[in-house]
Design a protein around this ligand. Sequence first.
Ligand SMILES: CC(C)(COP(=O)(O)OP(=O)(O)OC[C@H]1O[C@@H](n2cnc3c(N)ncnc32)[C@H](O)[C@@H]1OP(=O)(O)O)[C@@H](O)C(=O)NCCC(=O)NCCS
Length: 170
Amino acid sequence: MTIGECEEGDLVEILAIERDSYPTPWSPNLFLSELSNPVSRMLVGKSLESQGIAVVGYIVFWQVADEFQLHNIAVRRDLRRRRIASRLLSHAIRICRPEGVRWVTLEVRRSNRAARNLYENFEFTVKGVRRGYYNDTGEDALIMSADLQQVPVEGLTPKQRRGAKNENIA
Ligand SMILES: CC(C)(COP(=O)(O)OP(=O)(O)OC[C@H]1O[C@@H](n2cnc3c(N)ncnc32)[C@H](O)[C@@H]1OP(=O)(O)O)[C@@H](O)C(=O)NCCC(=O)NCCS
């Protein structure tokens, strides 16, 4: 997978993933406004498939002063659990760290176990709850946060990290 900045031409595929991923997907106009927002960064993962280069996932985050606000991350349904989201998030952290960005914050649906596990692998922790935050289901949002300068950049579980360490020793 290659990871690069999003271009307008990627939006058709991004929108298909978005609509398949969320009960209330972002609109085309919202993605367009992110592309022209100077604090917003959109990274796209692409891979070579039989029909050519295809978008496999994307991440949208804002860099505001020393804060990294994660606004969207999604992976094509048929390609999930292959560490694509982990690699997108790692890439974004690697970009922001040298720029002095410190705090990462995000909101996640309480029921979104996949996303919560992903963030926990990067040692993000729950710092608060917004009750009934999501209009579509009335579900709570958990506010997760971490010190971007301290998080494990590869986003491995503690067990995976121990495995990688043992491999290095052997
Ligand atoms: C959340 C999402 C982005 C994860 O993408 P992904 O590429 O499948 O994630 P990864 O393969 O990098 O998984 C990393 C870790 O996240 C956790 N995880 C991912 N999917 C999971 C699932 N279905 N159930 C439980 N844990 C899961 C696991 O800990 C996983 O590590 P492991 O596979 O080594 O156990 C993807 O499920 C998605 O697009 N969901 C819909 C959009 C969404 O909810 N975005 C988050 C908004 S806050």
